[in-house]
Write a protein that binds this ligand. Structure first.
Ligand code: DAH
Length: 340
C-alpha cells in the first residue's frame, strides 16, 4: 500500500518538476512535497502503522524517493537559473560596432579668444598677467586714482555700491594701485577682469563687462615708450599694416592722457561702413601715470615713471570678430559661439 502511494507521489512530483516553467512554480512543488505539511510528512506519519520489521526498508525507500525528488528539484532550479542568466546576458550585450552618440563640447567665448590674443602679445613683451578684486574700496576705484569725491568722473561711471565705501569696481584701474602698493619695481603687468556700471543693456552697453588694464613702471619711461608698446600691440592684434593715432584726452590718473585709434582693418583707412566712414577706430585709453598717483601709492615720481592703458575687452571682441550686438556675447548660445 505505502509503496504504491510512494510511487504515486514520486511520479506526481517528477511531472510537476518537469512542468515547472519558473522558479516560483518550482518552489511551490518543494513546499507541496517536501514542506512541513507536504506529502512526505504525511507518508512519514504512516510509518507508525507498519510492523517493526517493515519499518527500516520502507523508511529507506521513503528517504531514497525524497532524495531523488530533491535532486530533481535542484537540477531543474539550475537549469532555470542558467536560462535566466543567459537571457539577461543576451539583452545586455553591447554592440561595439555601433557609432558613438557624440557629446557636446563647449566653445571658447569671443571674449576669451580676444583676451588670449591680448595676453599673448603682452606676455611676449615681458608683461605679467595679474588679477585684482571685483569688490573694491572707494579708495582703490577712485581716490587713489586721483578721482576725489566731488570729481565729475565719479558720476560718469554710475557705481553699484555694496555697503558704505565698498563697491563693485567700475574699472580695472584699481589693480594699478594694488600692484604699486606691493612695492616691487619695476612693474610690467596687464590685468583683465570684470567691471560693473549701472547701465541699461543695449547693443553697446551692459552692467557687467570686461576691461584689460595695463601698467608699466620703471626708470626713464617716456611717452614714446607708451606709443611704441601700444603700436606693437595694435599690430599684433590687427595685423602688421595697422597704423595707430593718438588723440589727446583726459583721464584723472594719467597726465598727459590719450585715446588710441587704429586704422580700420576692414578698409585699411579709406573709410567704410565698419569704421563709419572715419578710417579709424578707437580701441583704448592710455597715458603717463600721474605723479600724484605714484606718490599716493608710495612710489617716488622723481625716480620712477610709468604709463598705463585700459582696453575694453568686449569692444575688441566685437571689432575683431565683426559682431554687431554686444548682447550676443552674454547669451552663450553655442551656435553663436561655435563661429569663432
Ligand atoms: N579706466 C578707464 C575707463 O574705464 C580706462 C583707462 C584709460 C585706463 C586710461 C587706463 C588709462 O589705465 O591709462 O574708462
Amino acid at each position: 500500500m505505502i509503496k504504491e502511494r510512494l510511487e504515486k507521489i514520486r511520479q506526481d512530483a517528477l511531472k510537476r518538476i518537469q512542468g515547472g516553467e519558473n522558479l516560483d512554480k518550482l518552489n511551490q512543488v518543494r513546499i507541496d512535497f517536501l514542506g512541513k505539511k507536504g506529502e512526505f510528512s504525511e507518508v512519514m506519519k504512516s510509518l507508525k502503522e507498519l510492523s517493526k520489521e517493515d519499518r527500516p526498508t520502507i523508511g529507506a525507500m521513503i528517504n531514497d524517493t525524497r532524495k531523488e525528488i530533491e535532486a530533481e528539484l535542484e537540477r531543474a532550479r539550475h537549469k532555470l537559473e542558467k536560462a535566466v542568466r543567459e537571457q539577461r546576458l543576451k539583452s545586455e550585450t553591447i554592440d561595439v560596432t555601433l557609432p558613438s552618440k557624440g557629446f557636446d563640447l563647449g566653445h571658447a567665448h569671443p571674449n576669451q579668444i580676444a583676451l588670449s590674443e591680448i595676453a599673448r602679445i603682452f606676455i611676449g613683451m615681458g608683461y605679467e598677467v595679474v588679477e585684482g578684486p571685483e569688490v573694491e574700496r572707494d579708495y582703490y576705484n577712485f581716490e587713489a586714482l586721483n578721482i576725489p569725491a566731488d570729481h565729475p568722473a565719479k558720476d560718469e561711471q554710475d557705481t553699484f555700491y555694496v555697503e558704505g565705501d565698498i563697491l563693485l569696481r567700475t574699472q580695472t584701474s584699481g589693480t594699478q594701485i594694488h600692484e604699486m602698493e606691493k612695492g616691487k619695481l619695476p612693474i610690467r603687468m596687464i590685468s583683465p577682469g570684470r567691471v560693473y556700471r549701472s547701465d541699461e543693456v543695449d547693443a553697446t552697453h551692459s552692467p557687467c563687462f570686461h576691461q584689460v588694464e595695463g601698467l608699466l613702471i620703471d626708470k626713464d619711461v617716456s611717452f614714446s615708450d607708451l606709443k611704441g608698446t601700444l603700436r606693437e600691440f595694435a599690430r599684433g592684434l590687427f595685423g602688421e599694416d595697422t597704423k595707430v593715432k593718438f588723440r589727446p584726452h583726459h583721464f584723472p590718473f594719467t597726465e598727459p592722457s590719450a585715446e588710441m585709434d587704429v586704422s580700420c582693418f576692414k578698409c585699411g583707412g579709406k573709410g567704410c561702413r565698419f569704421c563709419k566712414g572715419e578710417g579709424w577706430i578707437e580701441i583704448l585709453g592710455c597715458g603717463m601715470v600721474h605723479p600724484h598717483v605714484l606718490e599716493m601709492s608710495g612710489i617716488d615720481p622723481k625716480e620712477y615713471r610709468g604709463f598705463a592703458f585700459g582696453i575694453g575687452l568686449e569692444r575688441i571682441a566685437l571689432l575683431k570678430y565683426e559682431i554687431d550686438d554686444m548682447r550676443l556675447l552674454y547669451e552663450n548660445d553655442i551656435r553663436f559661439l561655435r563661429q569663432f
